[in-house]
Design a binder for this molecule. Structure first.
Ligand code: HEM
Length: 139
């Protein structure tokens, strides 16, 4: 991820914090309607699951230039994902839904530049989680 991408992500972090829950509620709506096969994975999810995802997205944006601060959170997310049998092929589905939700909620703020930065940043985080989960599945 280059510095320009990181700068855009950091600049949009406060907006994400403000609209975090709206973005993740919208994300689940898009995810479950476009990719209904993902719904079963969330069968035991707590009703405040969207708050956890919102907090994680914000923490990621705020720490994009010091990702080592997130290692405990990444470990925790990967552990829960493995318990609920999340697979690498689910990541593009969540990515598609998340980007669509960011676009809807940010409205005019979702310029092509902002969307491209978020696409890259999501892909980066997805790769980190997929690698960690691969390790845990192999145990
Ligand atoms: C970069 C992408 C993702 C982020 C940032 C993320 C974040 C999180 C967080 C913070 C939690 C809560 C962990 C906890 O309870 O401590 C969680 C749980 C979960 N995530 Fe993800 N996640 C991502 C991708 C995915 C994907 C691709 C799927 C599959 C569709 C998925 C499905 C789930 C499920 C099923 C749970 C457990 C819900 C429950 O039973 O409570 N996540 N995720």
């Amino acid at each position: 991820m280059n510095e320009a991408t990181k700068a855009i992500i950091k600049a949009t972090a406060p907006v994400l914090k403000e609209h975090g829950e709206a973005i993740t509620s919208e994300m689940y709506k898009v995810l479950f309607s476009k990719y209904p096969e993902t719904q079963a994975l969330f069968k035991d999810a707590s009703p405040d699951q969207h708050k956890k995802l919102a907090a994680a997205v914000y923490a990621y944006a705020a720490n994009i230039d010091k990702l080592e601060n997130l290692s405990k959170g990444i470990e925790q997310m990967a552990t829960v994902h493995v318990k609920t049998k999340v697979q690498p092929e689910h990541y593009p589905m969540v990515g598609d839904a998340l980007l669509q939700a960011i676009k809807t909620v940010l409205g005019d703020g979702a310029t092509d530049e902002v969307m491209a930065a978020w696409e890259e940043a999501y892909g980066f985080l997805a790769d980190v989680l997929i690698a960690k989960e691969k390790e845990l599945y192999a145990l």
